[in-house]
Design a binder for this molecule. Structure first.
Ligand SMILES: NC(=O)c1ccc[n+]([C@@H]2O[C@H](COP(=O)([O-])OP(=O)(O)OC[C@H]3O[C@@H](n4cnc5c(N)ncnc54)[C@H](O)[C@@H]3O)[C@@H](O)[C@H]2O)c1
Ligand SMILES: [Zn+2]
Length: 351
């Protein structure tokens, strides 16, 4: 059973006895578990036998709309109702939504209580639970209110993925592909053939993916420099995700990021860095896994409008993270509007 040590906390893999030992040593005044209806149904019964103390449960509705101030109020109220104090331990049992809002509520309740992350989605395991960013959405802005508040530990149990819907698995896989593209050529090569792998292989790659994210975050914990390369694929991805957010068939985050990675690889090629063969290799692999969905990449003017609100933009200029090569990325580069349009068209084209 492997462990990754980071500055401030450890990430344990498939280690139930470590979880029991952690809670035993910590000896919190009380234990509160945050779940949504799916993690209550599929995950909670695996956790309960490992806890040898009383606990309370806070259940919120699944989905991004729960990452709100009103749900935060609900969680704070419940914490008060359960007589939580500064030595209460909050356990976030769920995907990135539970991890983000649970971390945010923990960081603000009584000026900060301890929490641990038990991510139950692939995206949560390889991305959201790592790095100490917590937050909620406010008005129409995603993650606009939040804090840096590290968990006391992260416990990854890959068996939780058995009940995850395949689309959610694919969504998380996009972040693993991203980690390969920005930082590890061999990892990209191994993952670019698709999701068909044994559970043992999957565990190996989850570990690898977490190691990559951990390495990048530790170089820049407050996201002022190199950590921004984790946004590769996200400038386009966020715009596409926002555009379709309230439609009948919204795109999952990772699906939008997958399209975004194709567009941003095109810009990397156009800026003279990525080779043409690598560009087509990326496009081919991503379209193989996620399908070709040009209908989501329209209308381009509306998508560009949304991209104007991207946090990376500076002085009214669009800034995009580019690949230097497969396995290496650089912070972000100013890009002209016509190049962005061409990048959308590169994705749309039937080649
Ligand atoms: N803090 C960070 O650094 C960071 C990084 C990336 C993403 N995020 C955030 O993560 C969120 C997305 O996370 P997500 O993709 O995990 O979504 P999610 O938390 O909404 O989970 C996806 C769905 O899977 C269900 N689910 C969870 N575990 C399950 C299981 N084991 N079996 C069956 N169903 C299960 C959930 O109930 C939900 O319906 C976004 O809000 C995003 O902003 C945060
Ligand atoms: Zn992402």
């Amino acid at each position: 059973m492997k462990t990754i040590r980071t500055k401030g906390y450890n990430i344990y893999f498939d280690n139930t006895s470590k979880l029991q030992e952690f809670i035993g040593k910590k000896n919190p005044s009380s234990l509160v578990i945050l779940v949504d209806e799916n993690t209550e149904k599929y995950c909670l019964h695996h956790l309960i036998p490992l806890l040898n103390m009383e606990f309370h449960i806070i259940k919120i509705k699944s989905g991004e709309t729960s990452k709100s101030i009103s749900t935060s109020e609900y969680i704070w109220k419940k914490l008060i109702e359960f007589h939580s104090d500064r030595n209460t331990l909050l356990i976030n049992l769920g995907g990135g939504v539970i991890g983000d809002i649970g971390g945010f509520c923990a960081s603000t309740f009584m000026r900060g209580i301890d929490f641990i992350q038990i991510p139950t989605t692939l995206l949560g395991q390889v991305d959201a639970s790592i790095g100490g960013k917590t937050g909620i959405d406010f008005l129409e802005y995603k993650n606009i209110i939040g804090s840096f508040h590290k968990p006391k530990a992260v416990f990854i149990f890959t068996d939780f993925l058995k009940t995850l819907p395949p689309e959610e698995l694919k969504s998380g896989y996009a972040e693993m592909l991203k980690h390969g593209l920005i930082a590890d050529t061999d990892e990209w090569k191994a993952l670019s053939h698709g999701l068909l792998m044994s559970p043992i292989e999957m565990k190996k790659h989850i570990f690898k993916s977490v190691s990559i994210k951990k390495r990048i975050v530790e170089k820049d914990p407050h996201d002022i420099g190199i950590r921004k390369i984790l946004n590769f694929g996200h400038t386009f991805g966020h715009a596409i995700e926002s555009k379709w957010m309230s439609s009948k068939k919204p795109l999952l985050h990772g699906q939008a990021v997958a399209i975004g990675m194709v567009c941003e690889s095109y810009l990397s090629y156009r800026s003279g860095q990525l080779s043409e063969s690598d560009l087509f290799d990326i496009r081919h692999s991503i379209l193989d896994i996620y399908g070709h969905q040009p209908k989501y990449v329209k209308p381009v003017p509306e998508l560009l409008q949304i991209m104007q609100h991207d946090k990376k933009n500076e002085n009214g200029e669009f800034h995009v993270v580019l690949l230097e090569d497969i396995g290496s990325a650089k912070k972000s580069t100013p890009i002209k509007t016509n190049a962005l349009e061409d990048a959308f068209h590169f994705y749309q084209a039937k080649l």
